[in-house]
Write a protein that binds this ligand. Structure first.
Ligand code: ADP
Length: 313
Protein backbone atom coordinates (compact mmCIF):
# COMPACT_ATOMS: atom_id res chain seq x y z
CA UNK A 1 0.00 0.00 0.00
CA UNK A 2 1.08 3.52 -0.80
CA UNK A 3 -1.03 5.18 1.88
CA UNK A 4 -3.58 6.01 -0.77
CA UNK A 5 -6.94 4.30 -0.89
CA UNK A 6 -7.54 5.39 -4.49
CA UNK A 7 -5.12 6.37 -7.23
CA UNK A 8 -6.59 7.37 -10.55
CA UNK A 9 -4.39 8.50 -13.43
CA UNK A 10 -5.41 9.87 -16.81
CA UNK A 11 -8.93 8.52 -16.53
CA UNK A 12 -10.93 9.04 -19.65
CA UNK A 13 -14.46 8.00 -20.44
CA UNK A 14 -16.26 8.46 -23.71
CA UNK A 15 -19.83 7.22 -23.90
CA UNK A 16 -20.50 5.96 -27.44
CA UNK A 17 -22.84 7.73 -29.84
CA UNK A 18 -26.50 6.84 -29.41
CA UNK A 19 -28.73 7.43 -32.42
CA UNK A 20 -28.49 11.13 -33.24
CA UNK A 21 -26.52 11.80 -30.05
CA UNK A 22 -22.79 12.19 -30.71
CA UNK A 23 -20.27 10.43 -28.46
CA UNK A 24 -20.07 12.08 -25.06
CA UNK A 25 -16.75 12.75 -23.35
CA UNK A 26 -17.59 12.41 -19.65
CA UNK A 27 -14.04 12.33 -18.23
CA UNK A 28 -11.04 13.96 -19.83
CA UNK A 29 -7.89 12.57 -18.27
CA UNK A 30 -8.87 12.75 -14.61
CA UNK A 31 -6.15 12.38 -11.97
CA UNK A 32 -7.37 11.77 -8.44
CA UNK A 33 -5.64 10.55 -5.30
CA UNK A 34 -7.61 9.79 -2.17
CA UNK A 35 -5.57 9.24 0.97
CA UNK A 36 -6.27 6.23 3.13
CA UNK A 37 -8.41 7.06 6.16
CA UNK A 38 -9.92 10.24 4.79
CA UNK A 39 -13.49 11.35 4.30
CA UNK A 40 -13.19 12.69 0.80
CA UNK A 41 -15.90 14.80 -0.79
CA UNK A 42 -16.32 14.64 -4.54
CA UNK A 43 -18.25 17.69 -5.62
CA UNK A 44 -19.31 19.14 -8.89
CA UNK A 45 -22.31 20.38 -10.81
CA UNK A 46 -24.71 18.01 -12.53
CA UNK A 47 -23.11 16.26 -15.46
CA UNK A 48 -19.58 16.95 -14.21
CA UNK A 49 -18.62 13.27 -14.20
CA UNK A 50 -18.99 12.27 -10.54
CA UNK A 51 -21.19 9.22 -11.11
CA UNK A 52 -19.05 8.11 -14.03
CA UNK A 53 -15.96 8.26 -11.80
CA UNK A 54 -17.66 6.33 -9.02
CA UNK A 55 -19.08 3.73 -11.36
CA UNK A 56 -15.67 3.14 -12.90
CA UNK A 57 -14.10 2.76 -9.44
CA UNK A 58 -16.82 0.28 -8.51
CA UNK A 59 -16.26 -1.73 -11.67
CA UNK A 60 -19.77 -0.96 -12.96
CA UNK A 61 -18.70 1.17 -15.92
CA UNK A 62 -15.83 0.35 -18.25
CA UNK A 63 -13.29 3.12 -18.65
CA UNK A 64 -12.01 4.24 -22.04
CA UNK A 65 -8.43 4.87 -20.88
CA UNK A 66 -6.33 5.48 -17.79
CA UNK A 67 -5.44 3.52 -14.67
CA UNK A 68 -7.43 3.00 -11.49
CA UNK A 69 -5.88 1.51 -8.36
CA UNK A 70 -8.10 0.67 -5.41
CA UNK A 71 -6.42 -0.14 -2.13
CA UNK A 72 -3.24 -0.68 -4.13
CA UNK A 73 -4.85 -3.08 -6.63
CA UNK A 74 -4.79 -2.12 -10.27
CA UNK A 75 -8.25 -2.61 -11.71
CA UNK A 76 -6.93 -4.22 -14.90
CA UNK A 77 -4.25 -6.37 -13.31
CA UNK A 78 -6.20 -7.44 -10.22
CA UNK A 79 -9.88 -6.94 -11.03
CA UNK A 80 -11.13 -9.25 -8.27
CA UNK A 81 -9.12 -7.71 -5.44
CA UNK A 82 -9.78 -4.15 -6.57
CA UNK A 83 -13.53 -4.83 -6.66
CA UNK A 84 -13.46 -6.49 -3.26
CA UNK A 85 -11.79 -3.43 -1.75
CA UNK A 86 -14.68 -1.09 -2.47
CA UNK A 87 -18.33 -0.91 -1.49
CA UNK A 88 -20.79 1.45 -3.12
CA UNK A 89 -23.97 2.83 -1.63
CA UNK A 90 -26.05 3.81 -4.65
CA UNK A 91 -28.12 6.93 -4.97
CA UNK A 92 -31.28 5.17 -5.95
CA UNK A 93 -33.16 3.15 -3.39
CA UNK A 94 -33.41 -0.09 -5.24
CA UNK A 95 -34.46 -2.89 -2.93
CA UNK A 96 -36.41 -6.04 -3.58
CA UNK A 97 -39.71 -5.51 -1.73
CA UNK A 98 -39.98 -9.18 -0.83
CA UNK A 99 -36.57 -9.54 0.74
CA UNK A 100 -36.08 -9.01 4.44
CA UNK A 101 -32.99 -7.04 5.48
CA UNK A 102 -31.40 -10.31 6.61
CA UNK A 103 -32.08 -11.97 3.26
CA UNK A 104 -30.83 -8.90 1.35
CA UNK A 105 -27.50 -9.03 3.18
CA UNK A 106 -27.16 -12.78 2.73
CA UNK A 107 -27.80 -12.50 -1.02
CA UNK A 108 -25.33 -9.62 -1.29
CA UNK A 109 -22.70 -11.58 0.65
CA UNK A 110 -23.28 -14.48 -1.73
CA UNK A 111 -22.73 -12.20 -4.73
CA UNK A 112 -19.40 -11.13 -3.26
CA UNK A 113 -18.47 -14.71 -2.50
CA UNK A 114 -18.23 -14.16 1.26
CA UNK A 115 -18.20 -17.66 2.80
CA UNK A 116 -21.01 -18.38 5.27
CA UNK A 117 -18.67 -18.61 8.23
CA UNK A 118 -17.27 -15.14 7.50
CA UNK A 119 -20.63 -13.42 7.19
CA UNK A 120 -21.48 -10.77 9.73
CA UNK A 121 -25.13 -10.26 8.87
CA UNK A 122 -26.39 -9.72 12.42
CA UNK A 123 -23.46 -7.54 13.38
CA UNK A 124 -23.96 -5.29 10.35
CA UNK A 125 -27.71 -5.05 10.89
CA UNK A 126 -27.12 -4.06 14.51
CA UNK A 127 -24.55 -1.51 13.42
CA UNK A 128 -26.96 0.29 11.10
CA UNK A 129 -29.74 0.08 13.70
CA UNK A 130 -31.84 -2.51 11.87
CA UNK A 131 -31.48 -5.48 14.24
CA UNK A 132 -35.15 -5.37 15.18
CA UNK A 133 -36.17 -5.16 11.51
CA UNK A 134 -33.98 -8.05 10.38
CA UNK A 135 -36.97 -10.12 9.35
CA UNK A 136 -39.36 -7.41 8.20
CA UNK A 137 -40.13 -7.08 4.50
CA UNK A 138 -38.35 -4.24 2.76
CA UNK A 139 -41.67 -2.64 1.84
CA UNK A 140 -42.41 -2.25 5.56
CA UNK A 141 -39.27 -0.20 6.09
CA UNK A 142 -39.31 3.58 6.29
CA UNK A 143 -37.24 5.63 3.84
CA UNK A 144 -34.54 6.08 6.45
CA UNK A 145 -34.38 2.37 7.21
CA UNK A 146 -34.07 1.61 3.51
CA UNK A 147 -31.12 3.94 3.22
CA UNK A 148 -29.45 2.28 6.17
CA UNK A 149 -30.07 -1.08 4.57
CA UNK A 150 -28.32 0.15 1.42
CA UNK A 151 -25.29 1.07 3.52
CA UNK A 152 -25.43 -2.33 5.21
CA UNK A 153 -25.45 -4.04 1.81
CA UNK A 154 -22.34 -2.14 0.77
CA UNK A 155 -20.56 -3.38 3.90
CA UNK A 156 -21.12 -7.14 3.64
CA UNK A 157 -17.70 -7.85 2.16
CA UNK A 158 -16.01 -5.58 4.68
CA UNK A 159 -14.49 -3.19 2.13
CA UNK A 160 -11.81 -0.77 3.32
CA UNK A 161 -13.22 1.90 0.97
CA UNK A 162 -16.85 2.94 1.04
CA UNK A 163 -18.42 5.21 -1.56
CA UNK A 164 -21.66 6.99 -0.84
CA UNK A 165 -23.34 8.55 -3.85
CA UNK A 166 -25.44 11.51 -2.68
CA UNK A 167 -26.23 9.77 0.61
CA UNK A 168 -28.54 12.40 1.98
CA UNK A 169 -30.39 13.59 -1.12
CA UNK A 170 -34.03 14.01 -0.21
CA UNK A 171 -33.46 12.95 3.38
CA UNK A 172 -34.87 14.86 6.35
CA UNK A 173 -32.58 16.66 8.77
CA UNK A 174 -32.80 14.08 11.52
CA UNK A 175 -31.89 11.19 9.27
CA UNK A 176 -29.15 13.26 7.66
CA UNK A 177 -27.59 13.81 11.09
CA UNK A 178 -27.86 10.12 11.85
CA UNK A 179 -26.22 9.16 8.57
CA UNK A 180 -23.42 11.68 9.13
CA UNK A 181 -22.79 10.28 12.56
CA UNK A 182 -22.73 6.77 11.24
CA UNK A 183 -20.36 7.66 8.41
CA UNK A 184 -18.03 9.31 10.95
CA UNK A 185 -18.11 6.16 13.07
CA UNK A 186 -17.22 4.00 10.10
CA UNK A 187 -14.38 6.35 9.29
CA UNK A 188 -13.15 6.34 12.88
CA UNK A 189 -13.01 2.56 12.74
CA UNK A 190 -10.73 2.73 9.69
CA UNK A 191 -12.93 2.90 6.59
CA UNK A 192 -11.93 5.41 3.93
CA UNK A 193 -15.06 7.27 2.87
CA UNK A 194 -15.77 8.92 -0.45
CA UNK A 195 -18.98 10.83 -0.76
CA UNK A 196 -20.53 12.78 -3.54
CA UNK A 197 -22.90 15.50 -2.57
CA UNK A 198 -24.72 18.52 -3.85
CA UNK A 199 -24.95 19.87 -0.35
CA UNK A 200 -21.84 21.95 0.04
CA UNK A 201 -22.66 22.41 3.66
CA UNK A 202 -22.49 18.65 4.01
CA UNK A 203 -19.05 18.47 2.41
CA UNK A 204 -17.82 21.30 4.60
CA UNK A 205 -19.10 19.57 7.73
CA UNK A 206 -18.08 16.02 6.85
CA UNK A 207 -15.04 15.97 4.60
CA UNK A 208 -11.41 16.49 5.51
CA UNK A 209 -10.54 16.81 1.86
CA UNK A 210 -12.53 17.98 -1.12
CA UNK A 211 -12.15 17.43 -4.84
CA UNK A 212 -14.19 19.41 -7.31
CA UNK A 213 -14.95 18.01 -10.74
CA UNK A 214 -16.17 20.19 -13.55
CA UNK A 215 -16.69 19.08 -17.14
CA UNK A 216 -14.76 15.85 -16.63
CA UNK A 217 -11.72 17.46 -15.02
CA UNK A 218 -10.57 17.94 -11.48
CA UNK A 219 -10.44 21.69 -10.83
CA UNK A 220 -9.63 21.60 -7.11
CA UNK A 221 -8.34 19.00 -4.65
CA UNK A 222 -7.24 20.09 -1.22
CA UNK A 223 -7.90 19.91 2.50
CA UNK A 224 -11.29 21.47 3.24
CA UNK A 225 -9.95 24.37 5.36
CA UNK A 226 -7.36 25.25 2.67
CA UNK A 227 -10.00 25.35 -0.01
CA UNK A 228 -12.00 27.73 2.08
CA UNK A 229 -8.98 29.83 3.03
CA UNK A 230 -7.91 30.06 -0.60
CA UNK A 231 -11.18 31.70 -1.29
CA UNK A 232 -10.38 35.32 -1.61
CA UNK A 233 -13.83 36.70 -1.06
CA UNK A 234 -14.76 37.74 2.41
CA UNK A 235 -17.56 39.75 3.98
CA UNK A 236 -17.30 42.67 6.36
CA UNK A 237 -20.46 43.12 8.40
CA UNK A 238 -21.17 46.56 9.77
CA UNK A 239 -23.80 47.21 12.39
CA UNK A 240 -24.78 50.90 12.05
CA UNK A 241 -25.44 52.85 15.25
CA UNK A 242 -28.76 54.00 13.77
CA UNK A 243 -30.86 52.13 11.17
CA UNK A 244 -29.75 52.76 7.60
CA UNK A 245 -32.54 53.31 5.09
CA UNK A 246 -30.47 53.35 1.95
CA UNK A 247 -27.58 51.21 0.82
CA UNK A 248 -24.53 53.51 0.67
CA UNK A 249 -22.12 53.45 -2.24
CA UNK A 250 -19.10 51.20 -1.85
CA UNK A 251 -15.52 51.28 -3.13
CA UNK A 252 -14.96 49.83 -6.59
CA UNK A 253 -15.10 46.04 -6.74
CA UNK A 254 -17.02 45.79 -3.48
CA UNK A 255 -20.66 44.66 -3.31
CA UNK A 256 -22.80 45.99 -0.53
CA UNK A 257 -26.18 44.73 0.60
CA UNK A 258 -28.46 45.63 3.50
CA UNK A 259 -29.33 42.50 5.44
CA UNK A 260 -32.77 41.97 7.01
CA UNK A 261 -31.15 42.30 10.45
CA UNK A 262 -30.10 45.86 9.60
CA UNK A 263 -26.41 45.08 9.07
CA UNK A 264 -24.55 46.22 5.98
CA UNK A 265 -22.67 43.35 4.32
CA UNK A 266 -19.66 44.36 2.25
CA UNK A 267 -18.39 41.52 0.09
CA UNK A 268 -14.82 42.14 -1.05
CA UNK A 269 -11.65 40.47 -2.28
CA UNK A 270 -9.26 40.70 0.61
CA UNK A 271 -6.23 40.78 -1.69
CA UNK A 272 -7.68 43.66 -3.69
CA UNK A 273 -9.43 45.93 -1.22
CA UNK A 274 -8.12 46.70 2.26
CA UNK A 275 -10.82 46.48 4.92
CA UNK A 276 -9.83 50.01 6.00
CA UNK A 277 -11.01 51.41 2.66
CA UNK A 278 -14.45 49.96 3.32
CA UNK A 279 -14.60 51.44 6.81
CA UNK A 280 -13.60 54.82 5.41
CA UNK A 281 -16.36 54.63 2.81
CA UNK A 282 -18.87 53.82 5.54
CA UNK A 283 -17.82 56.83 7.59
CA UNK A 284 -17.77 59.05 4.49
CA UNK A 285 -21.41 58.08 3.93
CA UNK A 286 -22.18 59.57 7.34
CA UNK A 287 -22.86 56.24 9.02
CA UNK A 288 -21.56 55.77 12.54
CA UNK A 289 -20.43 52.24 13.23
CA UNK A 290 -21.62 50.35 16.26
CA UNK A 291 -19.96 47.05 15.52
CA UNK A 292 -17.82 45.33 12.90
CA UNK A 293 -17.54 41.60 12.16
CA UNK A 294 -16.11 39.50 9.37
CA UNK A 295 -17.57 36.46 7.70
CA UNK A 296 -15.54 33.66 6.14
CA UNK A 297 -16.65 32.32 2.79
CA UNK A 298 -18.73 29.20 2.49
CA UNK A 299 -17.90 26.36 0.21
CA UNK A 300 -20.82 27.46 -1.92
CA UNK A 301 -18.88 30.61 -2.79
CA UNK A 302 -15.68 28.70 -3.48
CA UNK A 303 -17.54 26.41 -5.80
CA UNK A 304 -19.25 29.18 -7.74
CA UNK A 305 -15.98 31.08 -8.03
CA UNK A 306 -13.97 28.07 -9.18
CA UNK A 307 -16.46 26.94 -11.79
CA UNK A 308 -16.86 30.52 -12.99
CA UNK A 309 -13.14 31.15 -13.35
CA UNK A 310 -12.58 27.99 -15.39
CA UNK A 311 -15.12 27.77 -18.16
CA UNK A 312 -16.41 24.34 -19.19
CA UNK A 313 -14.23 22.73 -21.85
P1 ADP B 1 -22.56 13.68 -12.48
O1 ADP B 1 -22.63 12.42 -11.70
O2 ADP B 1 -21.46 14.58 -12.05
O3 ADP B 1 -23.86 14.40 -12.58
P2 ADP B 1 -22.25 11.92 -14.78
O4 ADP B 1 -21.02 11.13 -14.54
O5 ADP B 1 -23.55 11.27 -14.52
O6 ADP B 1 -22.15 13.31 -14.00
O7 ADP B 1 -22.26 12.39 -16.30
C1 ADP B 1 -21.13 12.97 -16.95
C2 ADP B 1 -21.50 13.21 -18.42
O8 ADP B 1 -21.64 11.97 -19.09
C3 ADP B 1 -22.82 13.94 -18.60
O9 ADP B 1 -22.69 14.81 -19.71
C4 ADP B 1 -23.78 12.84 -18.91
O10 ADP B 1 -24.84 13.32 -19.72
C5 ADP B 1 -22.94 11.83 -19.65
N1 ADP B 1 -23.40 10.46 -19.41
C6 ADP B 1 -23.49 9.83 -18.21
N2 ADP B 1 -23.91 8.56 -18.36
C7 ADP B 1 -24.08 8.37 -19.69
C8 ADP B 1 -24.49 7.27 -20.51
N3 ADP B 1 -24.80 6.09 -19.97
N4 ADP B 1 -24.54 7.45 -21.84
C9 ADP B 1 -24.21 8.64 -22.40
N5 ADP B 1 -23.81 9.72 -21.70
C10 ADP B 1 -23.75 9.60 -20.36
Amino acid sequence: MTGNAIEIRGLRKVYPAQGAEPPKVALEGLDLTIPEGSIFGLLGPNGAGKSTTINIMAGLTVKTAGTVRIWGFDQDENPRQSRAAIGVVPQEINLDAFFTPRASLEVQAGLYGVPKRHRRTDEILARVGLADKADAYARQLSGGMRRRLLIAKALVHNPPVLVLDEPTAGVDIELRRMLWEYVRELNASGTTIILTTHYLEEAEAMCDRIGIINAGKLIADEPTPDLIARMDRKALLITPARPVMQVPSAPEGVDVTLRPDGRLAYSYHRTRTPAGAILEAVRAAGISIQDVATEEPHLEDVFVELTRSRPAA
